[in-house]
Design a binder for this molecule. Sequence first.
Ligand SMILES: *[C@@H]1O[C@H](CO)[C@@H](O)[C@H](O)[C@H]1NC(C)=O
Ligand SMILES: *[C@@H]1O[C@H](CO)[C@@H](O)[C@H](O)[C@H]1NC(C)=O
Ligand SMILES: *[C@@H]1O[C@H](CO)[C@@H](O)[C@H](O)[C@H]1NC(C)=O
Ligand SMILES: *[C@@H]1O[C@H](CO)[C@@H](O)[C@H](O)[C@H]1NC(C)=O
Ligand SMILES: *[C@@H]1O[C@H](CO)[C@@H](O)[C@H](O)[C@H]1NC(C)=O
Length: 629
Amino acid sequence: MRVPVEIISFSCFLFSVTSAQDQECLGEDIVYENAEPVANISYTDGETVKVYCMTGYGGFYRLMCKNGQWLTLIAQRCLKKRCGHPGETPNGDFKLIKGTDYTYGATVQYTCKKGYEMTSRINHRHCRIKGWDNSVPVCEEVRCPVIHTDGDVAVSGNTEEGTFGDVVHFECVSSFKKLDGSSVIHCEENGVWSGPVPQCIVTCQLDLTEPEVVKTIPWGKSFFKAGETVEVICKKQIYNKQETFTCTDTGKWDYKPTCEEQKCEAPLNQHLYLLKYYFSGDLYLGARRSYRCESGYRETAEVATCTRDGWTPKPLCAELMCDPPIIPNAQIVEGQTNAYKVSWSIKYKCNPGFEPEEPVKITCDSKGQWTDIRKCSDGTCEEKELKNIQIIFQYPNTTLPYKPGHILVFRCTDDNMRFYGQRAIECLPDGRWNYPYPQCGGTVQCSKPTKNVQFVTLSDEKTEYRNSETLTYTCKEPYSKIPGGVLKCQNGNWNGTFDCQSTICPPPPYLQHGDYNINSTKDDVITAVSYTCQSYFVLTKNQDVYKCVDGKWETPPKCLKPCEIDDFVEQYNLKLPTGKVYIKHAEKYRLNCTDGWNAGNEIKEYVDVLCSNGQLQIDKSCDTQNKRK
Ligand SMILES: *[C@@H]1O[C@H](CO)[C@@H](O)[C@H](O)[C@H]1NC(C)=O
Ligand SMILES: *[C@@H]1O[C@H](CO)[C@@H](O)[C@H](O)[C@H]1NC(C)=O
Ligand SMILES: *[C@@H]1O[C@H](CO)[C@@H](O)[C@H](O)[C@H]1NC(C)=O
Ligand SMILES: *[C@@H]1O[C@H](CO)[C@@H](O)[C@H](O)[C@H]1NC(C)=O
Ligand SMILES: *[C@@H]1O[C@H](CO)[C@@H](O)[C@H](O)[C@H]1NC(C)=O
């Protein structure tokens, strides 16, 4: 046993004898598990002390100091206090979240089962000295809100405060109304309904079993609300009176959307020519047909369109008539009427002093034109104003008036101008010129010749040459069998081509819109070539090499022209592409129809056109009116 320093020193100080009564016990010698330390440092002999357990621990010890030794009188071990079971909650559960058993310091947490919610504010209990704190939490069933509907909706199920899992069904009272939403909802564990309460709204059903229906707009929708519209597109553009249908307040379509044939009969009209040809095929709504009338009749319109009212405008043939003839200085002497039908003849006579003197018979021809009208002439030919043109010779060399037989010869006042018409004209006995007066205008020039220019040297190298200018050329070796020659620019064209020859082969044949590459030569004379075309032009033959055999060239290929898409296509109701478009020979190009039109029954909004050596081939036109837009 340890002897404290103070006691030793005290003993020394007293110099006294140490007896059993004097022996003290030390507080620090008392060491028990989970027990509090004792209050005093030392205890005298015979003194008792109570040792308390730590907070949360039950038990105690009582000791007595005897002869400097601690004597245990009572020993109740310090054990952790227990709280007992924390308590079950109906429709809920709990678990330990702190500690391993229900002893001092443990915590349990409560949760509610699905469909129940905790009404207590606190969801846990702690094990304290005096037992569990808080009260056992309470779980109550969740309630979904009361369901309100209007008279249109029939409800089955618990609409007043449904609990978790409760199912409510909805139905429409009226047969032409349809639920706008789900017909079943259930009360979810968090107290909300799985979906909104639906409404009953008016609907029209689209039941198109017609094989003729190709499309509806909107597509794929089968129920429509009141006021909504649907457009029905029938094959062959045939409809029953209308194509857009509206759902009415009673759940019925304003018109039954079905496809019915709306066909225009081939018109039965007198004097229509080639009826079968022009009015064959599908004569459905939107079809456009041109028509022709038989001889003696004319078409009152160029094209008729099949509409709900039939052909519009009506394909009519009107009888051809000649307008009343206007013959200055003459009187009608026979056959005057107020309607000059085809093959009708009249006679007129020129006034005194005018030729011819005898009556003239004229006839209204099958084109509605008068035949053989002769002017009543005083025997002289008209003199016209001379602009950029001059008379260089006349016979007889007299002045005005020009009598029958008078001859005039013209030339342009400027040599660089182009001359249009006949150089010489003559006054006829009836006072008319045999040809119209000639005219001069514009400027004519010749551009530098390109054909075989590589074989010559030019006396005067220019890009443009004036009219009447001459161009001297010298043939280059070895194409100088003929030394050279002269060309003249005549009215915009050269009077010939460079004529150069070699002793072996002539120059390779010239290819318009193309060129050749030299593949072999003999003594600088070209003996084999290959041809290429300008861009967009296409060669007619796929031959690699063209040879000169025995002084003769093999037949060269040609360059086939591309096609240009110009506003000509608009005649076919085709849209002109933006910007220039060229298509090579034998190539196809897709042109779109003008908005609102399509090509034929398949509702194709385009037409494929083909190019054939510069000629655009258009087989189809967009002749059917499109009902979609
Ligand atoms: C501690 O000692 C004092 C004075 O000596 C005494 O009054 C008191 O009762 C003692 N306490 C205990 C717990 O023995
Ligand atoms: C025509 O007559 C004019 C004068 O009247 C004369 O100058 C001219 O030489 C004549 N021409 C011919 C071809 O006789
Ligand atoms: C073209 O005109 C010139 C000059 O008048 C002439 O020498 C030449 O022979 C003419 N050529 C032809 C092919 O007519
Ligand atoms: C002919 O010449 C052209 C150009 O030089 C060349 O591309 C081509 O291959 C040649 N062909 C032959 C058959 O020699
Ligand atoms: C034709 O129409 C289609 C689709 O609208 C478009 O992509 C195409 O560029 C059009 N073609 C022409 C040549 O305009």
